[in-house]
Design a protein around this ligand. Structure first.
Ligand SMILES: Cc1cc2nc3c(=O)[nH]c(=O)nc-3n(C[C@H](O)[C@H](O)[C@H](O)COP(=O)(O)O)c2cc1C
Ligand SMILES: C=C(O[C@@H]1CC(C(=O)O)=C[C@@H](OP(=O)(O)O)[C@H]1O)C(=O)O
Length: 351
C-alpha cells in the first residue's frame, strides 16, 4: 500500500501537491442516494482555506469544489466520489532558496531520504494543503453522520500557552480562531500576531467533541475506535500527541477517581472520553491533540544544504504563524471519516 489512503469501509485517497495543479480526494464506500452537492462541501472548505485572517497564511486559495464523479442529479450514486480543488495562488519561485537546503522541523530532509527526489515547491505533498482533500471527504462523511444524529465539533483549547478558562456552549469564532472561551480567543490572536511579527511561531491544543455516537462502535482488538482516531489525528501534519477523556492526567488519578460510575441514567462522569475497550460507550467522545509550532519561521536557524555544507536559513514563503486555527476543521474531518467508517463496519456486522 502506497500510504495515500485511509479507512476501510469508507475509504479516502488524497492526491496533489501544494504548488502543483490541484489537490483533492477520491472517496469509496459512499452510501448511495444521499443528497449532496458542491455547496454543502464548500461550507467546510471555506472554514479550512488559507488567506482569511491576520493569523493564518496569507496565501489566497478559494478551494472551489468540483465534483467530477459519484454524484448524479444532486444525489450520491455509491460509485467513487471524486473531488478536485484547483490550486490558484502558487508561487513556487518563492522557494528557490530552500531548493538546496533543509528547513529545520519540516519534512524536507525526510522526504528526500524516502523518495530520493526533492519537490521544493512550497512543502509539496507534505504541505498542510494536502488536508484540503481530507476536509472535502470529511464533509461527505459529516452529511452521512448527520442523518444518524452524530455531531463533531473541534475548537482551540490552548494557543501559545493561553488556555481557555471555561467552556462556553456553542462556538466563538474571531478572526478564524474558534475557541470555547471568547476572551481567550482574543488573547490567542494577540499572541499569534506578536509572535508572527517577531518572525516566530507557536503551537497549542485542539479539542474535539463527538456527540450522538451509539454504544458499540469500534473493533475490540487492533482497529479500536480510539486507536483509529489516534491514527487519523496523528496523520495530520504538525500533530504530535493525542489524549482521550482524562488523558495523561489519568496517570495521576486513583482507580476510585478515574472509574466512571454508572447509575440508571448512564455514566456519571466521562474520564474514559467515551471509549472503553476500544468500543464507544455512548457518552461523548472527547479527544485533544497537541499541535507543534510551525516550523517555517523567518528567524535565522542553523541547518545544512543537501551537499552537507552548514548553512543559516530564514524561511520565506507564506506560512501559518500558528497551525491550531487551521487544523480545527481538519480534526473534525478526520473524526468524521473514522466515525463513518466504523458505523459502516458495525452495520456490516449486524447485516
Ligand atoms: C492545515 C495545516 C497548515 C499548515 N501550515 C504550515 C505552514 O504554513 N508552514 C509550515 O511550515 N508548516 C505548516 N504545517 C505543518 C506542516 O505541514 C508539517 O509540520 C510538516 O509536514 C511536518 O510534519 P510533522 O509535524 O508531521 O513532522 C501545516 C499543517 C497543517 C495540517
Ligand atoms: C496552502 C495552504 O497552507 C500552506 C501550508 C504549508 C505547509 O508547509 O504545511 C505552507 C504554506 O504553503 P506553501 O506550501 O505555499 O508553502 C501554507 O500556506 C493550505 O492549507 O491550503
Amino acid at each position: 500500500m502506497a500510504g495515500n489512503s485511509f479507512g476501510e469501509s469508507f475509504k479516502v485517497t488524497t492526491f496533489g501537491e501544494s504548488h502543483g495543479e490541484a489537490v483533492g480526494v477520491i472517496i469509496d464506500g459512499v452510501t448511495p442516494g444521499v443528497e449532496i452537492d458542491e455547496a454543502y462541501i464548500q461550507v467546510q472548505m471555506d472554514r479550512r482555506k488559507p488567506g482569511q485572517s491576520s493569523v493564518t497564511s496569507p496565501r489566497k486559495e478559494y478551494d472551489e469544489v468540483h465534483i467530477l464523479s459519484g454524484v448524479f442529479e444532486g444525489r450520491t450514486t455509491g460509485t467513487p466520489l471524486f473531488v478536485v480543488l484547483y490550486n490558484k495562488d502558487m508561487r513556487p519561485e518563492a522557494y528557490d532558496d530552500i531548493k538546496l537546503a533543509f528547513r529545520p522541523g519540516h519534512a524536507d530532509f525526510t522526504y528526500l531520504h524516502k523518495y530520493g527526489i526533492r519537490d521544493h515547491r512550497g512543502s509539496g505533498r507534505a504541505s498542510g494543503r494536502e488536508t484540503a482533500g481530507r476536509v472535502a471527504a470529511g464533509a461527505v462523511a459529516r452529511k452521512l453522520l448527520e442523518r444518524r444524529g452524530v455531531s463533531v465539533t473541534a475548537y482551540t483549547k490552548e494557543i501559545g500557552g493561553i488556555r481557555c478558562a471555561r467552556y462556553v456552549e456553542g462556538e466563538s469564532e474571531r478572526n478564524a480562531v474558534r475557541a470555547c472561551d471568547p476572551e481567550a480567543a482574543d488573547a490567542m490572536i494577540r499572541k499569534i500576531e506578536a509572535l508572527s511579527s517577531a518572525g516566530d511561531s507557536c503551537g497549542g491544543i485542539v479539542e474535539c467533541r463527538i456527540g450522538g455516537v451509539p454504544a458499540g462502535l469500534g473493533e475490540p482488538v487492533f482497529d479500536k475506535l480510539d486507536a483509529d482516531l489516534a491514527k487519523a489525528m496523528l496523520s495530520i501534519g504538525a500533530v504530535k500527541g493525542i489524549e482521550f477523556g482524562a488523558g495523561f492526567e489519568a496517570a495521576r488519578m486513583l482507580g476510585s477517581e478515574h472509574n466512571d460510575a454508572m447509575n440508571s441514567q448512564g455514566f456519571m462522569s466521562n474520564h474514559a472520553g467515551g471509549i472503553l475497550g476500544g468500543i464507544s460507550t455512548g457518552a461523548d467522545i472527547v479527544l485533544r491533540v497537541a499541535v507543534k509550532p510551525t516550523s517555517s519561521i523567518s528567524l535565522p536557524q542553523q541547518t545544512i544544504r543537501i551537499s552537507g555544507e552548514e548553512h543559516t536559513i530564514r524561511t520565506v514563503g507564506r506560512h501559518d504563524p500558528c497551525i491550531c486555527p487551521r487544523i480545527v476543521p481538519v480534526v473534525e474531518a478526520m473524526a468524521c471519516l473514522v466515525l463513518e467508517d466504523h458505523l459502516k463496519r458495525q452495520a456490516a456486522l449486524h447485516a
